[in-house]
Write a protein that binds this ligand. Structure first.
Ligand SMILES: *[C@@H]1O[C@H](CO)[C@@H](O)[C@H](O)[C@H]1NC(C)=O
Ligand SMILES: *[C@@H]1O[C@H](CO)[C@@H](O)[C@H](O)[C@H]1NC(C)=O
Ligand SMILES: *[C@@H]1O[C@H](CO)[C@@H](O)[C@H](O)[C@H]1NC(C)=O
Ligand SMILES: *[C@@H]1O[C@H](CO)[C@@H](O)[C@H](O)[C@H]1NC(C)=O
Ligand SMILES: *[C@@H]1O[C@H](CO)[C@@H](O)[C@H](O)[C@H]1NC(C)=O
Ligand SMILES: *[C@@H]1O[C@H](CO)[C@@H](O)[C@H](O)[C@H]1NC(C)=O
Ligand SMILES: *[C@@H]1O[C@H](CO)[C@@H](O)[C@H](O)[C@H]1NC(C)=O
Ligand SMILES: *[C@@H]1O[C@H](CO)[C@@H](O)[C@H](O)[C@H]1NC(C)=O
Ligand SMILES: *[C@@H]1O[C@H](CO)[C@@H](O)[C@H](O)[C@H]1NC(C)=O
Ligand SMILES: CC(=O)N[C@H]1CO[C@H](CO)[C@@H](O)[C@@H]1O
Ligand SMILES: [Ca+2]
Ligand SMILES: [Ca+2]
Length: 551
């Protein structure tokens, strides 16, 4: 892989601040870099083996140093932790494993001092069955009776053929209530009933509570699953030959995912944050939504094409989180970039994302030779860039055995390697001390990867040469300048393994020449130059181990 930046003419800029809008900055997020913190694996302040809020507080300077705009924290609300906090038992309490509401307030205050925004994960599709709402609903308390999706029937026959995302029927029989309840995920994660206005009101109050505290926005989890078919119709078969009858994708999810009513709920969430900003002033509070959906459906979560209804400020672009070296090449990425840009209505902002807590790490999928190239690509494309913790240092998946595994989606030994999401969730590698500086204790909830001695932040900062982290930092700095900020975008492939990204504003260009994989490339090195028609070109940044010199 070889990376070039070509700055053809040096352009000087004087930036003028426009008069502040009465509402504060409504556009701050549009060119931001958002960093996903997986709190349990980030930094453990009290040596109990679990990362926590005081650990995050201690490390906030890392984000200021790197230059990220905002952090989003995977769920920290009270939870029995059957599904890594995606099973909330109280939206108004911080899980004691992570700390307290005071700790969160300290994070918000310090982050804001450093100019960093704080986004919380919000899980509206379902609660834990330990939530007081569910307990009250199950015992028939009038106020909460219809908070969940309850259906009559006989205990030996579920109401319809819907399957859980985690296999088998999506229905669980309650002996107490003598009815079935819907749960698209685990049995302990009953789905909320969005047709009940009281449920919508209750969730709105949760959002307002955290905005009052100073939270800058929410990442809304699993939105496609919000509202299911009212008539509970059976879903047709998908005819996917790899799926067995109990598998989720044995069926085509026309009645349980991306329903019209689901979009309305997301648009209503947007109204809540917009109304809040109008009433209270200040900068925009934002929504990012998680929807693994076909492209047309993904785009609808942004809002209607003409902006008559607005949804999330952005919906994660998952095009890049799946491919690996065996399944993709430069042509794949070229077409994925255009497919996204061409389908996104022009009023909305793109976003680019290589990883998260549900997918193998980019460094593992492509090899550590490619991580700098992907960071350049991701953060020099127009719009928002997303970083999953560890991507800035080129962290790879960890080593986790079936016995050490924690992910409920992977409780089957024979499929653990394929289905477990534990590998991409191992502790962040801070330095080369015991447990990679994650803590000083003897245990960690998931094992620290053995690779921490060769890949850790402290070494990457102190090394005299280039490192993944130094490169990442420089990219984040460069992306704030033109043409990376507002320039035109062109991307093309020279061959199966050479991808070129060009951002241009008038006569200034930034070019990333990205060679995927470890094989040497045989095409002429400067084959892309004629396309750019430049007189002079400067190598502004290279990957680690490049044969080219900066300058
Ligand atoms: C039902 O559950 C709620 C919530 O746990 C509890 O407050 C209430 O006392 C219970 N009522 C009955 C009749 O068991
Ligand atoms: C937002 O404010 C408008 C105008 O006040 C109001 O009609 C609407 O119901 C509010 N929406 C929500 C979801 O609070
Ligand atoms: C905007 O699009 C929606 C459908 O997505 C349509 O119902 C509405 O009439 C359009 N509004 C305008 C002003 O074109
Ligand atoms: C790619 O293929 C190689 C060789 O078949 C295999 O060893 C490797 O695990 C595959 N990598 C991924 C990410 O699937
Ligand atoms: C850089 O080269 C060294 C020495 O050949 C090698 O050990 C290391 O893995 C390479 N690093 C990357 C990111 O390719
Ligand atoms: C685990 O997966 C294997 C292979 O798909 C299957 O044969 C087996 O029945 C599964 N076991 C359980 C307990 O689900
Ligand atoms: C561990 O890190 C420290 C500080 O970054 C460094 O001085 C030392 O050489 C490293 N030790 C090893 C064995 O890499
Ligand atoms: C870690 O284990 C060592 C002995 O194996 C023990 O001396 C030490 O107290 C333990 N530290 C913690 C924080 O548990
Ligand atoms: C690629 O070329 C360089 C320089 O000629 C050489 O050192 C290296 O071994 C080659 N790598 C591969 C994988 O062929
Ligand atoms: C896409 C998806 O499934 N996201 C989350 C939805 O909620 C489940 C259950 O809580 C989580 O396991 C998923 O990560
Ligand atoms: Ca801890
Ligand atoms: Ca639902």
């Amino acid at each position: 892989m070889k990376i070039f930046w070509l700055n053809i003419f040096i352009t000087l800029f004087v930036s003028c601040l426009s008069a502040p809008a009465p509402l504060g900055d409504q556009d701050w997020w549009k060119h931001g870099v958002f960093y996903q913190i997986y709190p349990r694996s980030f930094k453990d302040s009290n040596n109990d083996g679990n990362g926590d809020l005081l650990g995050i507080l201690e490390k906030l300077d890392h984000f200021a140093d790197a230059g990220v705009t905002g952090v989003w924290l995977s769920p920290i609300m009270q939870s029995p932790q059957v599904d890594a906090g995606y099973d909330i038992s109280d939206y108004y309490t911080i899980d004691p494993m992570y700390g307290s509401m005071d700790d969160l307030k300290k994070i918000i205050a310090k982050a804001h001092n450093l100019g960093i925004r704080v986004i919380l994960d919000f899980v509206p599709n379902h609660t834990s069955n330990q939530h007081e709402w569910f307990k009250a609903s199950e015992n028939g308390t009038e106020e909460y009776k219809d908070f969940y999706v309850w259906v009559d029937g006989s205990p030996d026959k579920p109401p319809n053929n819907w399957n859980s995302v985690f296999k088998n029927s999506a229905w669980t029989w309650s002996d107490k209530r003598q009815q079935w309840y819907l749960r698209q995920f685990l049995e302990v994660q009953p789905d909320l009933n969005f047709r009940n206005p009281k449920v919508r009101e209750a969730l709105k109050n949760v959002l307002i509570f955290y905005m009052d505290m100073g939270i800058d926005g929410f990442r809304v989890d699993a939105v496609p699953y919000l509202v299911e078919d009212k008539l509970l119709r059976d879903e047709p078969r998908s005819n996917d030959p790899t799926q067995e009858p109990n598998d989720h994708d044995y069926l085509d999810h026309i009645y349980t995912m991306n329903t019209d009513e689901t979009y309305d709920v997301v648009y209503e969430f947007r109204d809540i944050v917009e109304n809040y900003t109008k009433e209270h002033g200040g900068d925009a509070r934002i929504l990012m939504s998680e929807a693994y959906a076909p492209l047309d459906k993904t785009m609808r979560y942004y809002g209607t094409a003409n902006g008559s209804r607005l949804g999330a400020h952005f919906t994660f672009n998952f095009f890049f989180v799946g491919p690996n070296l065996n399944t993709s090449n430069a042509y794949t990425f070229e077409s994925l970039v255009y497919e996204w840009i061409d389908n996104l209505p022009s009023i909305y902002v793109s976003n680019w994302d290589m990883g998260n807590h549900d997918n193998r790490r980019v460094t593992t999928r492509f090899g550590k030779e490619d991580v700098d190239g992907f960071n350049m690509l991701l953060h020099l494309l127009p719009g928002i860039g997303i970083t999953y913790y560890g991507e800035e240092i080129g962290q790879e998946d960890g080593e986790v055995t079936y016995e050490q595994g924690q992910d409920p989606a992977a409780r089957n030994r024979s499929t653990f390697e394929q289905t477990s999401r534990d590998f991409e969730r191992t502790p962040f590698q801070w330095d080369n001390s015991t447990n990679a500086g994650f803590n000083e204790g003897n245990k960690t909830w998931l094992p620290v990867s053995e690779k921490y001695k060769e890949t850790n932040l402290a070494d990457e900062i102190s090394t005299p040469g280039l490192s993944h982290y130094k490169i990442y930092k420089e990219i984040l700095r460069k992306r704030q300048e033109d043409p990376a900020r507002i320039g035109d975008t062109k991307i093309w492939s020279l061959s199966e393994d050479v991808l070129i990204l060009k951002r241009s504003l008038e006569k200034t260009h930034i070019v990333v020449a990205f060679k995927l994989g470890w094989q040497n490339h045989t095409a002429p090195e400067y084959a892309f130059v004629p396309e750019i028609k430049c007189d002079t070109a400067t190598v502004a940044l290279t990957n680690v181990n490049s044969t080219h010199q900066i300058g």
